[in-house]
Ligand binder design. Structure first.
Ligand SMILES: *Cc1c(COP(=O)(O)O)cnc(C)c1O
Length: 411
């Protein structure tokens, strides 16, 4: 178990420490929820003011050209591409993750017209399931979702499968699926893959093209620190660009949006995965966080995040033994993404008490506490402090107090 002095030395020797200065975090807070909503890059506040006051206020409609509004989805997509192992022109930042999932799965199904099975993990974040359930009902062609859990995925990928639509890092447990092996298996039976990278982008290295992934989606407001509700990304491998079609064909996915033709003609390339006018202020602000993630060394970031998770687990098991916590994430850091999940029957009031004490994590029903270890602004010292504060809450039974028992709308 590292001593306090050793933990302080880890912070002094941390090559990523300078990134901390690029974020604005409130004093007195240990923010362990960057896996849900990343904190604000200082530059995001400046960009928000510029985008509103100058680009909108003064530039008015001219800013579609002069401030790069129209090209923002592609510009941000290209900025993100390097981080995720995509090529220039294979990714755009647009719409929400759920919408992108709908478009990507629809496009993949259309590329496999003689097959009807979509493989998904039932315990995935619900919107992924709901969107594909909505899609299959709407298609009305008898598509069926084959829900399986992680250990049964390989067996479920048989030659009736059109699409394997999985989330790379599990939103609750942080378990990492083997993107290379699953994609290889899918291709071997003639299926396509749609990878959700919501909990991967900015947390663990991803190489979409090395894995030969077909499509991918993910959000920018988690480890990419894009801001609340910032637009998501969508990737399509270049080999699919000519044949792929998605059903939400709006004017931004048209070959010539400003020709105002009556009939739809798909744009060349990734642009055909777009739909219509984007939340430009949000995109301009998101660029600040995406830019930070693109500059950070992804292997150093991964190593630090994993080390913080390991430290948290080790300290927790020492300091909070006998208090009813169960580790719900893989203990092996190689199988675990950026956060650590603990199960506890009283998870909700414990998390509320922790948040009041300045340690912000989150709670996922029925009994999961999640702690995110984002590498670019946290210190090892804060990880140790967080465990000390949690131990204090457990030892003194603070979570039993009345004010921690009622549920808020967002947990
Ligand atoms: C966060 C998250 C989403 C969010 O979807 P929205 O469309 O932004 O609401 C979707 N899927 C997964 C796996 C997530 O972790």
């Amino acid at each position: 178990m590292p001593t306090r002095a050793e933990i302080e030395a880890m912070d002094r020797n941390d090559p990523l420490a300078p990134f901390r200065d690029e974020f604005t975090l409130p004093p007195g807070v240990i923010y362990l929820n960057g896996n849900s909503l990343g904190p604000m890059p200082t530059k995001a506040a400046t960009r928000a003011t510029e985008a509103a006051a100058q680009e909108w206020g003064e530039g008015l409609i001219r800013s579609w050209n002069s401030a790069g509004w129209y090209t923002a989805p592609r510009r941000l997509g290209d900025r993100l591409a390097g981080l995720l192992g995509a090529d220039t022109g294979e990714m755009v930042v647009t719409d929400a993750t759920g919408l992108n999932q709908f478009k990507a799965v629809a496009a993949a199904c259309a590329l496999r017209p003689d097959r009807r099975v979509i493989v998904m993990e039932g315990s995935n974040f619900p919107t992924n399931n709901y969107m594909v359930q909505g899609l299959t009902a709407f298609l009305g062609q008898g598509h069926e979702i084959r829900f399986v859990e992680k250990d049964a995925i390989a067996d479920a990928i048989r030659d009736d499968v059109a699409v394997v639509a999985l989330t790379h890092v599990h939103y609750k447990t942080a378990h990492i699926l083997d993107m290379d092996a699953i994609t290889t298996k899918a291709h071997a039976v003639g299926a396509l893959t749609v990878w959700d990278l919501c909990h991967s982008a900015g947390a663990i290295p991803v190489d979409l093209n090395a894995a030969k992934a077909d499509f991918a989606v993910g959000c920018t407001y988690k480890y990419l620190n894009g801001g609340p509700g910032s637009p998501a990304f969508i990737f399509a491998a270049r080999r699919h660009h000519d044949a792929m079609r998605q059903p939400l064909s709006g004017w931004w996915s048209h070959a010539a949006p400003f020709a105002f033709d009556r009939d739809f003609q798909p744009a060349e390339g990734i642009a055909r995965m777009m739909t219509g006018t984007q939340p430009i202020l949000s995109l301009q602000v998101a660029e600040a966080g995406i830019d930070i993630a693109a500059r950070a060394d992804k292997h150093l970031a991964r190593a630090k995040s994993r080390a913080m998770g390991d430290l948290f687990i080790a300290l927790l098991e020492e300091r909070c033994a006998g208090h009813g916590f169960r580790l719900d994430s893989p203990r092996d850091g190689n199988e675990r993404g950026g956060h650590v999940a603990l199960a506890h029957a009283q998870g909700y009031p414990i998390m509320k008490a922790l948040i009041e004490a300045g340690v912000i994590g989150d709670f996922r029903a029925p009994d999961t506490l999640r702690f995110g270890f984002s590498p670019l602004y946290l210190t090892y010292g804060q990880v140790a402090d967080a465990v000390d504060i949690l131990a204090g809450i457990m030892e003194r039974g603070i979570w039993r107090e009345d004010r921690f028992q009622s549920r808020d709308a967002v947990t």
